[in-house]
Design a protein around this ligand. Structure first.
Ligand SMILES: [Cu+2]
Length: 423
């Protein structure tokens, strides 16, 4: 593999990174000037937080909300877990202790598998680009929050503790028959103030790629600040064999034994407890954006929080990345099937998109079916909170770097630009 390719890819990533840093710098200057102009004689002290620091109290009409909830001052831990987009990509929490910062357990109760997790909302800061810290509100100190994974029909039990300065909830995008567990201000415990806790219980259904997020008001700020994550619900092959029509767009009278067998085998490939799943390389990508100056628009875009994290950094061209290098492409073993759980967690922009270069993929909208809802496409669009499963096959591709990015060019240039490294 010629290293010139890597050299050029690295130069491109660096150029985009520099432009992003410059645009943030000029954005900061413009905002400061505008605010100064508007302030007149009011003085400069109000500027202290403009830009990279936390000025949520002054910026979002939040004072009233804070006082109503009685949240004064920071009570949560302030910590930076050095969230790593590369580590996040392939880390699933199934109750078996996959993450040090996520207390979890798995056990049987009344004939049902229970997957238990503790999620704690805290105020923290996350590095969204080199040298750019964003004041986040985060589940377990990371953005996106921990990926929770269960099998269809399991009970997901989440002990939630709010150690942040604002009132928060957890709202799951699941089929949930108990309104008290919906994590909204109106139902059940409502919003949880600083120091309060609650245990949510959700049945893992339907199978698919789902989303959870805080549902406190103002909603757009509570989501955009980082309180969101993925829930993966693996299909249960036994249930699929019994009720195949629920997993495809065929009527039960049209289900042949062959189709049933195909659906079951697809379900096994998606189920982390099945050996067939080991053969699939699975990843979680949460498309997100950051409004660094709190003007209601994003200045930085990313997959899994850090701009250009899957770009090309310093390398010898043979896959050896320089020590301490935080950027590198996502390595893909061409002999394996690739599956991406993709979620759009963006705020302020109506849609986001995902585009692969030199490759087409199958797409399962929301991941709730076991047959693709789109076949052989290279671009998909997701509105806010929409998600789905992509399946890619690089077995006939030459090794090398293949770009993928949002096909909103603006998003790509402001951070949402990445590479697969097919080996
Ligand atoms: Cu919140």
């Amino acid at each position: 593999m010629p290293s010139t390719t890597y050299g050029r890819a690295r130069a491109l990533t660096e150029r985009l990174e520099t432009r992003l840093a410059d645009s943030l710098e000029s954005e900061l200057t413009t905002t400061r000037r505008a605010v100064l102009g508007g302030l007149g004689l009011a003085g400069g002290s109000a500027l202290a937080g403009v830009g990279r620091a936390d000025r949520h109290d002054a910026s979002a009409g939040h004072d009233e909300d804070d006082h109503r909830h009685g949240n004064f001052g920071a009570v949560g831990e302030y910590r930076d877990l050095d969230f790593d987009p590369h580590d996040y990509l392939r880390r699933f929490n199934t109750g078996n202790g996959e993450s040090e910062n996520v207390p979890q357990d798995v056990y049987e109760e009344d004939g049902r598998t229970v997957r238990e997790f503790t999620l704690t909302a805290i105020d923290t800061s996350v590095a969204i680009a080199p040298g750019i810290e964003f004041s986040a509100w985060a589940y377990n100190g990371q953005v996106p929050g921990p990926t929770l994974r269960a099998v269809e029909g399991d009970l997901i039990r989440v002990h939630f503790e709010n150690l942040g300065r604002h009132a928060h909830t957890i709202h799951p995008h699941l089929r949930n028959p108990n309104p008290a567990m919906d994590g909204v201000p109106t139902n059940g415990p409502g919003v949880l103030d600083t120091g309060e806790s609650y245990t949510y219980e959700w049945i893992a259904q339907p199978a698919g790629c789902h989303f959870y997020h805080c549902h406190s008001l103002p909603l757009k700020e509570h989501i955009h600040r980082g309180l969101y994550g993925a829930i993966v619900v693996d299909p249960d092959p036994v249930r699929v064999a019994e009720r195949p029509a629920e997993y495809c767009d065929f009527h039960s009278s049209q289900i042949t034994e062959e189709l049933r067998a195909d659906l079951v085998s697809e379900a096994e490939s998606r189920n982390h407890e099945s050996a067939a799943n080991d053969a699939v390389d699975e990843m979680v990508m949460v498309m997100n954006g950051f409004d660094t100056n709190f003007d209601g628009g994003n200045e930085v875009y990313a997959v899994n929080t850090r701009a250009f994290a899957y770009g090309v950094g310093e390398t010898d061209g043979e896959g050896n990345w320089a020590a301490g290098e935080t950027k590198h492409p996502i390595q893909i073993d061409r002999t394996r099937r690739q599956r991406v759980y993709l979620i759009n967690a963006i705020e302020f922009d109506l849609v986001n998109s995902f585009h692969t270069h030199s490759q087409f993929f199958d797409y399962y909208d929301h991941g709730t079916t076991l047959r693709p809802t789109h076949e052989t496409i290279d671009t998909i669009m997701q509105c806010q909170a929409q998600r789905g499963i992509l399946e890619l096959d690089y077995s006939t591709h030459d090794p090398g770097l293949y770009m993928f990015h949002a096909h909103q060019s603006e998003f790509a240039e402001l951070g949402w630009m990445s590479f697969f490294e097919v080996v």
